[in-house]
Design a protein around this ligand. Sequence first.
Ligand code: EPZ
Length: 422
Amino acid sequence: MTKLVIEGGTRLKGKVNISGFKNAALAIIAGTILSDKKCMIENLPVIKDVIVYKEILKELGAEVEFTEKGKLTVDGSGIKDCNLLNGLTKKLRASYYLLGAGLGRFKEVTISYPGGCDIGVRPIDQHIKGLEALGGEFTIEDGLISVKADRLVGTKIYLDVVTVGATINIMLAAVYAEGKTIIENAAKEPHVVDAANFLNAMGADIRGAGTDVIRIYGVEELHDCDYSVIPDQVEAGTYMIAAALTKGDVIINNVIPKHLEPITAKLKEMGMGIEEYGDSLRVFYNKKLKPVNIKTLPYPGFPTDLQQPMTVLLSTVEGDSIVIESIFENRFRYIDELLKMDVNIKVDGRTAVIKGVKKLKAAEVKATDLRAGAALVLACLAAEGISTVRDVYHIDRGYEFIENKFMNLGAKIKRIEETEND
Ligand code: EPZ
């Protein structure tokens, strides 16, 4: 059992380096199994989900090496099939990428049904529809999901909803499909582009990633490659919001400012100062913040992954704000925890109505999922007094060195490992 003990009330000041993007990293690591050559991936975040994925590759038979600096070398020549029934794939959502990548290389996959954050129903019907259109046949029973195909043939696939996971999964499988695959209504998120760039670096032929029509021309083989993952826009956004919440002045290094525009625009609208440099941003408080309304949307709209930190910020801004969560129906669960800190938020379905309070009360709270955990850490940094965040394992799935990064910005935050007798 791990907890974070936080003494709030310090204005964050200094510099923070942003790690590689978790959600791009997981797609790319899965993509390495498409090849039987060596791939070297750099700028990976050293987080739980990446470590679990490394274990998955190892269990499949790959030779893998992962350094503390986030460099992963994968030699996939030893992988003979893509069947994994030991439950590892239940530990994270992104194990669904094994369906596309494994189908691409081996034409057959069986894994335990993917797990991940409990933020809604999270159907995978669009993944299934896409892979079936390429020739896959699915079976789902006894907690296992299998797909197999005699051959994969390119075709046109229209996605009924904009989904990052299904877009990437179809790209993974279509790399080796005969002829041309077209994905219409594709997701445009930066991690879709990063996954496509990685696959192209291995010798795939994917065009149009970053727009809503992606074309994949099947190839017969892939080669070895070196690739560096893009910076994490969600982690960067979390520190930007933390700067606003603590009335701080923070330089966020190793970012792609374009990917952060939806957050930058909202924080500026609220009154935060933001200066943009090549690959960094300065986020500083210089006047009283104003309330704003937010609706989460696919990229380039406001990201659902930052809805929770942003809701915490708005709960401290005098006046009324409305937050609409349009991507995941169950992403307001953490508000029950936040209420322990004396916020004034009313949730009705996918809408949260927030009346800003003057200050947050220190409390003992529990992370209910990854981004909720980060949001609660932010709330504790702003609250006066000593707070505790429990169930930190959710946060460790996606934030690298979170307490060290906040400590370097002046926060008073300590990680405590509890034994059962504590
Ligand atoms: C990815 O989840 C991310 N996870 C999520 O990040 C992120 O919140 C989400 O994309 C949106 O950006 C990973 O990359 C591992 P979607 P994913 O498919 O792929 C519906 C985090 O905190 N949908 O883009 O599951 C779905 O219900 C995590 O880092 C279908 O209806 O999201 C949702 O409403 C949490 N059918 C919408 O589409 C499908 O087959 C978008 O989901 C697939 C999705």
